[in-house]
Design a protein around this ligand. Structure first.
Ligand SMILES: Nc1nc2c(ncn2[C@@H]2O[C@H](COP(=O)(O)OP(=O)(O)OP(=O)(O)O)[C@@H](O)[C@H]2O)c(=O)[nH]1
Ligand SMILES: [Mg+2]
Length: 210
């Protein structure tokens, strides 16, 4: 949750989600050591790393708690707990796997909508861009999908160190947006949609009276 307790600074939770084998862990590991992950294995337990990011001007440091989650369906119940407080979600698919792209809308966005407690900013990642010959998901389709769903979008390869900068830049933009907007909870959205007038804040009202 975006928090700013006195002296604690701001903190955001970031999650990687998407089908198994799309490269979530490989991308996550780039945050850990900026090196290509040499020995990937199927993720069973979520892993976390902490990183600071500086946004601005005006400059401020935001602490990021980054979570890698398991894509396999048998771990879904366990993974869901990480959706609740996610401020930013990387939705990862592989450009070589059509199902992994369709599941972004059919599974992963629904999982976030059903389980989140507040707003979650979404970033779509088309991974494995180095495998151009095996591409089945056209760039234009992914771009259009991202626009329709108001998501940022990049294509990248977890095997190319240079692509880390793309990833970092899009994350920085998302962090800036989240911090600027503040966080709105599901309950607040329901209140806003409710026709009843908002309850008057007497403390604030009395200060404003002449
Ligand atoms: N060519 C290519 N292979 C990649 C890329 N990213 C990941 N891979 C390979 O894809 C396989 C799966 O990568 P992982 O990072 O383990 O996938 P995952 O999404 O974490 O999978 P789960 O943990 O099961 O959810 C591994 O063999 C990686 O080496 C990429 O950008 N290009
Ligand atoms: Mg993994």
């Amino acid at each position: 949750m975006a928090s700013n307790a006195a002296g604690a600074g701001k903190q955001l939770r970031i999650i990687f989600i998407g089908d198994s084998n799309v490269g979530k862990t490989s991308i996550f590991k780039l945050f850990e050591n900026h090196k290509v992950f040499k020995s990937p294995v199927v993720t069973i337990d979520a892993q976390t790393i902490e990183r600071n990011i500086v946004i601005g001007p005006p400059y401020e440091t935001v602490k990021l708690l980054i979570y890698d989650t398991a894509g396999q369906e048998r771990f879904r119940t366990f993974t869901r707990q990480y959706f609740r407080d996610a401020d930013i979600a990387f939705l990862v698919f592989s450009i070589t796997d059509g199902d992994s792209f369709h599941h972004i809308g059919e599974i992963w966005m629904k999982e976030i909508a059903d389980n989140r407690r507040g707003d979650t900013e979404m970033i779509l990642i088309g991974n494995k861009s180095d495998l151009a010959d095996e591409r089945v998901n056209p760039l234009s389709t992914s771009k259009q999908f991202a626009e329709q769903n108001e998501m940022k979008f990049i294509e990248m390869s977890a095997l190319k160190n240079d692509d880390f900068q793309k990833l970092y830049d899009v994350l920085k933009e998302a962090v800036t947006d989240v911090i600027k907007k503040g966080r709105r909870t599901k309950e607040e959205e329901i209140k806003i949609n409710n026709d009843e007038p908002a309850p008057r804040n007497d403390k604030w009202y009395s200060k404003c009276r002449i």
